[in-house]
Design a binder for this molecule. Sequence first.
Ligand SMILES: NC(=O)c1ccc[n+]([C@@H]2O[C@H](COP(=O)([O-])OP(=O)(O)OC[C@H]3O[C@@H](n4cnc5c(N)ncnc54)[C@H](O)[C@@H]3O)[C@@H](O)[C@H]2O)c1
Length: 450
Amino acid sequence: MNALNRRNFLKVAGAASAGTVLGPRIHALAAMQNEPAKTFGPNDHIQIALIGAGWQGQGDTGVAVDVPGVKLVAVADCYDGRLAHSKELWGSDVFTSRDYKEVLARKDVDAIIVGTPDHWHKQVSVDAMKAGKDVYCEKPMIHLYTDGPEMIETAKKTNRILQVGSQRVSSLIYAKAKQLLASGAIGQLNMIQARWDRNSTLGAWSYTIPLDASPETCDWSRFLGTAPKIPFNPEHFFQWRKWKAYGSGVAGDLFVHLFSGTHFITGSHGPQRGMATGGLRFWKDGRDAPDVMLGLFDYKEGFNLALRVNFVDGGEESEGLVFTGSEGTMEIGGNFVSVNRVPRETEPGLAIGSYTFDMQKKITEEYNKKYPHKYPESEPAAGFEKYVAPEGYADRYDHFKNFFASVRSRQPVVEDAVFGYRAAGAALLSNLSMEKEAVIHWDPEAMKIL
Ligand SMILES: NC(=O)c1ccc[n+]([C@@H]2O[C@H](COP(=O)([O-])OP(=O)(O)OC[C@H]3O[C@@H](n4cnc5c(N)ncnc54)[C@H](O)[C@@H]3O)[C@@H](O)[C@H]2O)c1
């Protein structure tokens, strides 16, 4: 990360030669997504099951079965309507059940996708690995800090592949950003600011509740699991992110993506300390999770991370990260990474206008001796580069492709349980900090709160 060398940057700044880098430049990133599909015989298929067939679970599965050699055979969910829709989507021969243990007991399932609310991630993943299945677990990997070590330990003991679903770490945009930072494109990294701003009802987690939601169609006690027992509540069932008993607030929902991206791009294992503030400002609809959160984190590598999530933005919805270095900034937006490079000055400049004319003359003479022929000089050349993903590029596809490649090769995944715990563990420091109104210290190597 600290190999700061302008020449290196020019080398990686695209196929263009160093001489053509200056000025606005846009490069198309090459995607491998439409490479010719390998053909697999019926016996070579990885057979998967989906546990938690809501928005993300169904979306994940749709992408996963697009990867050549992957077939869906079973689905578990607590709402009958989603089991029925799974059959509509993937065929009536797909086995469905309200009880995920019935799915795990099936010999024809090699791997599962966990798309449940956060409070079920650990238990479903652990049960699946113990049943011999590989696991793609949605982010945030943990709901409680005790979940992390148990998931890491179980993956090790059972020798199962576990990949966490922060798909951006498989994105070609993030790979480019990592390469640019390592090449010194923005000099020494000093600060990262990342944001997720929303201004809509759906953005604030008020998802539509189906008309037939009832204790008959929803397996309420299975949904609750270890959460406090309360009477059936369709808001809690379908809009669970609003309550800490099932979700992890904006920290677990959105900060975690920003941590995953930061850790992947910088290679860091996490912050040493963090603090957060915020509150419930606008969506006073019975939820107990804040709709505004601001977090500050210190990294031993010598940079600070500032995160902002808000569901109350009066402006446009947007998300992104800005890396600020000693020689420029690097920005990641929806489908691009760009570098605005402002090389450091080679001489300090003069601020002498308030001194006597005689003093100004003397200082200027001294200065010109020290920096011959250089003052006044024009600003050092700046460079702007933008790298754009091809239209329709889906990082989720690459993330599943990486997962299934590891399932076949038994080689490590890009986002294993340790990576997942380091990202989610860091993100959830924000909730702790808000609760305790304190700075929380974290050991990112040992993955422990201090
Ligand atoms: N990677 C991403 O970009 C991304 C995006 C959205 C959501 N997610 C994650 O995906 C997960 C699911 O989110 P969602 O928006 O799809 O939620 P959702 O409410 O739409 O779906 C969750 C489903 O899990 C089911 N479920 C609950 N308990 C279960 C159990 N014990 N066994 C089987 N099924 C159970 C529910 O019935 C529901 O249908 C969350 O952890 C979320 O953080 C990730």
